[in-house]
Structure formats: C-alpha cells, structure tokens
Design a protein around this ligand. Structure first.
Ligand SMILES: Cc1cc2nc3c(=O)[nH]c(=O)nc-3n(C[C@H](O)[C@H](O)[C@H](O)COP(=O)(O)OP(=O)(O)OC[C@H]3O[C@@H](n4cnc5c(N)ncnc54)[C@H](O)[C@@H]3O)c2cc1C
Length: 402
C-alpha cells in the first residue's frame, strides 16, 4: 500500500475502517500505535506508521451547513470535491481551495494545505472547531479561542484522530479564470500576484505563465507584457488541458475555477511526480525568485513545473504561514528521487537566507525547529507516542510506542 504518487510504501500492518465513533474509540484505545490516513496525497511520510492506519471513509460523511452562522460541520473523511458541491448547492463557498479537490478535509488541514491569494489564508485557517479521538479513546472538542486550538489544527495527525471539523464559509461567488503566457522576468510580480482573488505563476525558471482567477473581466491594459493564451492550458507543459477547470475568462462557480484540476480527472502529472514547497515571507518574493531564476539551468533537469502563490498569515503554531504573509514556492519534480534530491538540496540552499518553512505534506531535507509549545502539546495529548511516527519524531522527542 502506497501514497497517491507511489513514492511512500506504508509500513503499516493494515488499514482499519471503523463505521461508527464507538468503533473508532475502541480501536484507538486498544491499539499500541495508530494513525489516521486521509486520501493519501502527501508526498512525505507524514501519514505513515508501523502500527495500523485508520481511514474514516466508512464513518458518517456529515456535511451540516449553518448558513446563518457562516459555518459548516464536516465529517473528517469528506473530500473538498464533495464539500464544495454541497456548499455551492446551499448558496455558500470556501474562500480558498487547493489546486486539486480530491483531498480529504482532515488530511489537508493537518498539513497546512493552501491555495493562493494575497487575501486568502490557508485551508487550515478556515477551521473554527474540531473533534478528535485522543489516545485512551475519549472524544475531545476544541474551538477557536481555546488555549490548545492553534496547535491542534495543523497537527500532522500527532494528537489523535480528528472525526469532525467546523469550517468558516462565505456566500457563493463566481470567478473567471485566465491564463497569460510569456510574462517577462522584469514584470511587476507583486502587482500580478495581487491582481485577482487567487493568482499563481507557473514557471520552469525560464518562461512564466499566469493563472489569474477573479470576478472581473481582464481589462485590455492588464497584461504586464504577457499575452492571453489562445486555448486551455495545463500547468505542466505537455499534459492534456481537459483535466483542468474552465479557463479563457468564462465565468463559473468558485469551486469549478479555484482548483486548477477537475475533480473527475487525475490532477497534476497523474502521480508520475514528486513535489516540494517552501513558504517564505511575502516581502522576499523578488529576491527569492531572482535566486531561483539564476539557478534555472540546474533546476530544470529535475523539474516538471514550479508554482508561485501568495498566502495570508494565520496564527496556527505549525502552519508554514504562522505569523507572516507569505509567498509559497512550489516544485513539481520528475518522479525520480535520485535525480530530485541533489536539486532539492540546491534549492534549499538558495532559499535558506529567506527563512523557508517546508510544506509538511511534500518533500524536504532540512528540518525546521519545532515550536516548543507544539512539542509540549504532543507530549501532553499522546505521552506514550501512540500517534507518533518517524516523521513526528524528527520534530518532537516522544516515545517510540511498540
Ligand atoms: C497533485 C497534488 C496537488 C497538490 N496541491 C496542493 C496545493 O495546491 N496546496 C497545498 O498546500 N498542498 C497541495 N498538495 C498537498 C496536499 O494537499 C497535502 O499533502 C494534504 O495533506 C493531502 O491531504 P490527504 O487527505 O491526502 O492527507 P494524507 O496525506 O492522507 O495525510 C496527511 C496528514 O494528515 C493526517 N490526517 C489525515 N486524516 C486525519 C484525521 N482524520 N485526523 C488526524 N489526522 C489526520 C495524516 O495522519 C497525515 O499526517 C497537493 C498534493 C497533490 C498530490
């Protein structure tokens, strides 16, 4: 059994799929080592365990919208594809989505998953409450404002198995998606990234294309030296654009424009890939892009495409965007780790002056320091290391439960 891309072979003895909360609580209380698995889309070994993995896909897939309160309560196994369709049918929306809707809400939130937009925070920052089954089986409820809450949302599965999440919602909206090609390297990147609700730059560190998602039509003067694409495009050159959401400025519902990839199609390079991403302070945008542009010839042999996005600050302790508006620089690599690893090290060296924070669900080799209050939280919730795995033990000194 592997993750989506096939680069992590899970060491788990098996996958348990409880159908009720009681069954889940007994399973967690009774097992020496347990870990929740979402939709398995992480490239790092964050979801792995040598004990048993737990999938929540047989548990109730609740989606309870409370429009008046501006929130929705969601079963942890629900995917963003299902959630977005249900929200839209009820006249509501999420402010941000990732590039793909195939991923589970709980797994995405646990790693600090994000979309793009100067005004958009991570998907994790939309969480206002959660319920989780902790080590001995009790169900714990945490809400925004509780002391432990900012450590418990982006928690890498280390505190327990999350069963439900409550998310902020906004009224449904429409967006248009434009692709602009051949953006010059001296273009005002800050201005381009601020020109829509959600903006991405896709680059091979030679040419740059813009994915611009916004309510308004593109004005004739808004080109920044680029030209509108004459047909639909896939972010990865050479991949068929029919996997992508509608472009060419055709207005449509938020959830059919914000993700780059359609729920019914395989996203990105369909798993023939590895991925890495680093969050840097937003103010470092120009210097960081210049540093990587200078390394373009050495990066390209290992690269399929890079994506540059912006993410607003949040207050979640382990979030890559904690306390700072950020630019997120992403790499869709070729699928061969032996080719990718030395180039990833080169990129990490180049980004080191900008205080990079890695995406927990993607590949990196330099480990950041763990905030002490998160380490304290993990030890308090899970003193025996039941939810621990090699990934978490690289961050937090916890027992290796056997
Ligand atoms: C093609 C592709 C495109 C991507 N695009 C983006 C993007 O645009 N933006 C971005 O930020 N990331 C992106 N990612 C990364 C992805 O969003 C993260 O890896 C995310 O965590 C995947 O969610 P998942 O449900 O597959 O989680 P998994 O990989 O299954 O698990 C991730 C973590 O969550 C924990 N977890 C899962 N469920 C629970 C639960 N119920 N309770 C407690 N912990 C739980 C797991 O233990 C693990 O630690 C992309 C990945 C792929 C493959």
């Amino acid at each position: 059994m592997t993750n989506w891309a096939g680069n992590v072979a899970f060491r788990a003895g098996g996958v348990r799929r409880p159908a009720t909360l009681d069954e889940l609580r007994r399973l967690v209380a009774g097992g020496p080592r347990v870990r929740a698995l979402g939709s398995g889309h992480s490239f790092s070994d964050v979801a792995d365990t040598s004990g048993e993995l737990v999938r929540l896909d047989r548990m109730p897939q609740e989606i309870a919208l409370d429009g008046a309160a501006g929130r929705v309560r969601v079963g942890a196994g629900v995917t963003y594809a299902r959630l977005a369709a249900a929200l839209h049918a009820g006249g509501f929306a999420l402010a941000a989505m990732a590039s793909l809707p195939h991923i589970s809400v709980a797994g995405s939130v646990a790693t600090g998953t994000h979309g793009s937009g100067d005004g958009n925070r991570s998907l994790s920052a939309a969480v206002s409450g959660l319920e989780l089954v902790t080590a001995d089986g009790p169900l714990v409820t945490l809400e925004r404002g509780d002391a432990d809450f900012p450590g418990a949302v982006v928690a890498l599965g280390a505190l327990g198995v999350v069963t439900t999440l409550t998310l902020d919602v906004v009224p449904a909206y429409e967006l248009r998606q434009y692709v602009l090609e051949d953006l010059p390297w001296d273009a005002p990147f800050d201005e381009v990234l601020a020109a829509g609700h959600s903006v991405s730059l896709f680059t091979d560190w030679s040419t740059v294309r813009v994915w611009l998602k916004r309510r308004e039509e593109l004005a004739a003067g808004e080109r920044w030296g680029a030209r509108p694409a004459d047909g639909p495009r896939h972010p990865v050159p050479g991949m068929p654009a029919d996997a992508c959401t509608a472009q060419l400025g055709v207005p449509g519902p938020w959830h059919e424009r914000l993700p780059h990839f359609r729920a019914e199609a395989p996203p990105s390079s369909a798993g023939d890939e590895l991925q890495s991403e680093f969050a840097l302070p937003r103010a470092c945008l120009g210097d960081a892009l210049a540093a990587l542009h200078a390394l373009g010839d050495r990066i390209r042999p290992a690269l399929q495409i890079s994506e540059v996005r912006t993410v607003a600050a949040d207050d979640l302790w382990l979030s890559p965007f904690h306390g700072r508006d950020s630019v997120a620089v992403h790499f869709t690599w070729v699928g061969d780790w032996a080719v990718v690893r030395p180039v990833l090290r080169l990129v990490e060296d180049a980004l080191a002056p900008f205080d990079p924070r890695p995406h927990w669900g993607k590949l990196f080799t330099r480990w950041p320091a763990c905030p002490p209050r998160f380490a304290e939280l993990v030890r308090r919730y899970d003193p025996d290391g039941k939810f621990g795995n090699d990934f978490v033990r690289r961050l937090v000194d916890i027992p290796d439960a056997t």
